[in-house]
Design a binder for this molecule. Sequence first.
Ligand SMILES: [Zn+2]
Ligand SMILES: [Zn+2]
Length: 248
Amino acid sequence: MLCPNCKQKLDSDVIDEQQLLHCSNCGGTFFEENGINRITVKSAQSLSSDLKTTEFSTEEKQCPKDQSLLRPASGTENIPPDVTLYFCNSCKGIFALPNDLFIFKRAQSAKIDYFKIWRIPLPSIRSVAVLSVFLFISVLSLATYLYWQNQYAYKIEAEDLIKNNYVTVSSRYLFFTFTTDLPLKSKIVFSDKTTGQTIAKIINLEPDTFHQLITSEININNEIYYQIIIFDERGREGRTEMKRLEIN
Ligand SMILES: [Zn+2]
Ligand SMILES: [Zn+2]
């Protein structure tokens, strides 16, 4: 497969568990659907510095996989004005030139940090991530009550603990966020009633008031129930009721 920018042969690679194609001539990288959102700033930096020339063609760019014309996008809600990303409408892949990739990832990370530092839940994952497919899931009355597994633990109402819960889905990925007034550790258990599978994921290993999970392990087309488990520094634990994930 050839580079959309300089037409040199692309190398296939897996970075941060994302399959990608990289051109070590011009430093361009082609990501599979949503892959660009999942790599770290550090990986973006090393991809961006793996190049021999900085000559960029102004010609129209073609998808290395299906030869569709790539559509440039710049200065949107999630792409800074000085960055251009090239989108393939057929395979949903994204091509980025080296500088654009690095600036995009740095801007994305800074924006997420901003929300995190100010304890603001993300308005939507689309405000930071470039996503191809987008659906909203609402979690209706997330936790009607919380019960304590440990009978010696203190009782606290769930409504007082879990706030601003957002569940968003983009193709294979489920984005789950909530906040707590107090810094707490958290995990979540998903129960897939269709496959009978139970998947437990740690959200925060260290106490925090912002809780965010991004996972591709949940098939939202199935009947999914979930339960949030929170802990404090003294090991006191609380669980929400098992709730069903519902699509609007
Ligand atoms: Zn190239
Ligand atoms: Zn394509």
